[in-house]
Design a protein around this ligand. Sequence first.
Ligand code: LLP
Length: 419
Amino acid sequence: MTGMAGVFTYRNNELYCDQVPARRIAEAVGTPAYVYSGRRIAARYLDFDRALGNYPHLVCYSVKANSNLSVLRLLARRKAGFDIVSGGELFRVLEAGGKASRVVFSGVGKTSEEMDYALRSRIFLFNCESESELRLLSERAVRLKVRARVALRVNPRVGAKTHPYIATGREEHKFGVDMAAAEDLCLRAQQWPGIRLAGLSCHIGSQIAALAPFAEAVGKLVSLARRLQRKKVPLEYLDAGGGLAVAYRGEDRPPSIHDYGKKLLQCVRGSGLKLLVEPGRSIVADAGILLTRVLHIKTTGGKKFIVVDAAMNDLLRPSLYGAYHEIRPVLRNRRREVVADLVGPVCETGDFFAQNRKLPAAEAGDLLATFTVGAYGSVLSSNYNSRPRPAEVLVEGRRWRIARRRETLRDLIRGESLP
Ligand code: LLP
């Protein structure tokens, strides 16, 4: 069953995460709660590593998808690299025991402070997105008496079919340097004292369910790298970004990690370039569920609403992208289904997890699970409506532990002061 990823299964009509009954976790830590399968996350990371075989490569997990320390540690232990977009993410990676020498720093707006922090930590690679950024980085590095290894992020002008908010590879997007301008910029930037131009990078978007756009983008980067190498720019790395889609619905059939890897290798083989990838969603998405308890059932205006204790502040994807997440009961004890909206307590009409959907005919007190929320779930949560953020739990086989405790009321006002 999709979204179940082989780790979420029903035994005697009760939902398990690996060997642990979801109900037991909900009873112990309360709801809402995110629950992750450590086994699944590790397996997906290893799938990427294996898919690139013995071709020189580094799989840099994109921290933004799920930055919980326990998730990062689990990957660091398996020698993963990390793709970060802020000083905060670098801090998390280092706290979790990740190696700076396997960190790539992406993002269109790095500050001098973030650059200094990353330079002092001796990260592996900066993915730079503009001339202005390259100049600043060179300056900061000279000041710190170091040299930054840099890949220029180019915009390969590849349109990939995905939600408009998460498409990044077209000319109208803010990301990267134009293909046309990249060559000249590389030739000039090569002379700057604080940086060493060592590669090219791209990222064409997220939740991309076809392989052709990846191949097109990487193909363009390889040709550009060849032109630059002929002009004596010694490029060593090609970073293909992230973006591989996952299955949110039963009928979704995204390409496998294996086929994705094979496709990338076809494009880079013979180029002499080492390959980096930055997968986020495809490593963690289907390893996570959000447990929530039904508070009330109400009918108004002829419409049925199931009101649960999780809301858009806990899981924003349905509200922000109109994203679809499967919803299943934790105890499969009611056979009936109803068409209803599943909504949270937040005071916004946009606070919904499902609209006009056939859902388990739940009653107040029932537990429900929202699937495929391991990526861009907890990380997008907020305290809106002064709601403490949910607990996060990591399951490893038959054991589980709290990876982040539920926030308290005190946490809500931390840092605030009265005159
Ligand atoms: N590398 C770069 C430079 C990125 O900007 C991203 C994602 C990734 C890697 C990882 O992409 P992934 O493998 O996860 O697709 N909040 C949105 C997704 C935003 C993605 C932003 N960039 C969502 O919930 O769908």
